[in-house]
Design a protein. Structure first.
Length: 119
């Protein structure tokens, strides 16, 4: 396709996305401070539960079904709840230590390849 054909469609898509966004969903205007804090705590707990293997000292408890239902209800009432929840999970994952030990250490030597085997 020619650039002249694609350009109007691309600009239209960008403008719709830009103007359709409205306010920041992270604000969560309809949520109370307690609900926002619960979402942040739940997001952090989910990140720790998923990031570390069973038995690791930093692994948290699995989220309960009642917590899942409460989060779903908050998300149904105010979609910004999901933004707060997933942002908290992402921020927690970013701050956690690696479950695989010190990443700054020298990487292990690669395994030798076996003749005729896959590399």
């Amino acid at each position: 396709m020619k650039a002249a054909t694609i350009l109007p469609s691309a600009l239209g898509a960008i403008m719709i996305a830009f103007w359709g966004c409205g306010g920041s969903p992270a604000a969560g205007g309809n949520l109370t401070p307690e609900q926002k804090e619960r979402l942040r705590d739940a997001g952090g707990a989910l990140a720790r539960y998923l990031a570390f293997p069973p038995g690791h000292h930093l692994r948290g408890e699995a989220p309960s079904d009642s917590l899942g239902r409460a989060l779903s209800e908050l998300g149904r009432r105010d979609p910004a709840a999901w933004t707060i929840y997933y942002r908290a999970a992402s921020d927690t994952l970013h701050a956690l230590e690696s479950p695989f030990g010190d990443e700054s250490a020298t990487p292990p030597e690669p395994s030798p390849t076996v003749p005729g085997g896959r590399s």
